[in-house]
Design a protein around this ligand. Structure first.
Ligand code: NAP
Ligand code: ZN
Ligand code: ZN
Length: 352
């Protein structure tokens, strides 16, 4: 098999994503070639493209919520065959030997290779993400998408889904536990659905009242509009776990005071600004603040199987590639209900 040109939409500056062409390596013996059908738009794509985390070298194709169909396999590939429904999330490789890899926590491997904007040890190039027709990924980092999970709705699970599933399980959300979810965006709304499916009591913290009805439809037990000056009245020492999915810097002390003894504030949102906390929000009740990054490969498969079994789907708005720039602006303004997913067939047929 030969390397292949594939059409893609690449960021050419912090403010512009446009049609382009990239080259994918020929699949090696362990690789799976995937014809991408859908790619979710994660806020991390936006932080990256806008060089909010670090300076990015343009052009760069982002996208790490990838769902598609296997189009070719290397000769040692045993996990997949042509025609299989598959997904790729935020990682495409890791060392496979360190303690993190052995524990199935590849996301914490020092040599973890991101799906985009990372050096690919297989060919030395910079990895390019899912806003493209085609991708080549080692079988160890490809997920099976169960039959009863539609591909468009499966895409956001590959990042948003696992990023909330992993901490909810790690910090033991379940019956008798009270979970707060801050931010009802892409991650947050899946967090509400998964926390409910795990049996927890769930409270949503959103900036305004505008998402209340939908939050309740997703199974939330309570909804708090944080813009209300009385928002935190009566919340003292209520929650076991609070998941902060907000993409911007927000004051955290009131959330910390609403955690019970040994409660955990789990930070998944990744604004580049430092977060500020007052030590006395932590000390009196042995409160913990934690951070967590996506989840391991086996855990991601477990999450996909769980969502398929429980029929937990993200709420999506499917858009064409030419809408990406506008979609980004809407995500930043919290004006998406609740995840944009690019229909990759709209990349094919673009006139260059
Ligand atoms: P998103 O869809 O934009 O959701 C973020 C939500 O945060 C918004 O819907 C909004 O919720 C709230 N928000 C935004 N700006 C706010 C502000 N200034 N003040 C208060 N609330 C605000 O983004 P996403 O894709 O879910 O990603 C969320 C964050 O998680 C991003 O920073 C992303 O990079 C990060 N992330 C981390 C991981 C990880 O592994 N840790 C994985 C994926 C993403 P309301 O409208 O309800 O207020
Ligand atoms: Zn993401
Ligand atoms: Zn490793």
């Amino acid at each position: 098999m030969m390397s292949k040109e594939t059409k893609a939409w690449a960021a050419t500056s912090p403010q512009k994503i446009e049609a382009s062409t990239i080259t994918r390596r020929a699949p090696d013996d362990q690789d799976v070639a995937i014809n991408i059908k859908f790619a979710g738009i994660c806020h991390s794509d936006i932080h990256t493209v806008r060089s909010e985390w670090k300076e990015v070298e343009y052009p760069l194709v982002v996208g790490h919520e990838i769902a598609g169909i296997v189009s070719a396999v290397g000769k040692n590939v045993t996990k997949f065959k042509v025609g299989d429904r598959v997904g790729v999330g935020c990682m495409v490789n890791s060392c496979r030997e360190c303690d993190n890899c052995k524990d199935g926590e590849e996301q914490y491997c020092a040599d973890m290779v991101g799906t985009y904007n990372a050096k690919d040890p297989k060919d030395g190039t910079i990895t390019q993400g899912g806003y493209s027709q085609y991708v080549v990924v080692d079988q160890a980092f490809v997920l099976n998408i169960p039959e009863n999970l539609p591909l468009d709705k499966a895409a956001p699970l590959l990042c948003a889904g696992i990023t909330v599933f992993s901490p909810l399980n790690h910090w033991k959300a379940g019956p008798g536990k009270r979970v707060g979810v801050i931010g009802l965006g892409g991650l947050g709304h899946v967090g509400v659905k998964i926390a409910k499916a795990l049996g927890a009591e769930v409270t949503v913290f959103s900036q305004t009242d505008s998402k209340k009805e939908l939050a309740m439809q997703f199974g939330a037990d309570a909804y708090i509009a944080t813009g209300d000056p009385k928002a935190f009245d009566g919340l003292d020492r209520k929650f076991d776990i609070i998941l902060n999915t907000v993409s911007a810097k927000i004051p955290l002390d009131k959330y910390l005071s609403s955690l019970r003894r040994d409660g955990s504030l789990v930070q998944v949102g990744a604004p580049s600004d430092p977060l500020q906390i007052t030590p006395f929000s932590l000390l009196p009740q042995r409160i913990g603040i934690h951070g967590t990054l996506i989840g391991g490969i086996a855990e991601t498969q477990k999450m996909l199987d769980f969502c398929a079994k429980k029929q937990i789907f993200p709420e999506i708005e499917v858009v064409s590639a030419s809408y990406i720039n506008e979609a980004y602006d809407r995500v930043v303004k919290s004006q998406v209900k609740f995840r944009f997913v690019i229909d990759v067939s709209t990349i094919i047929g673009f006139v260059y």
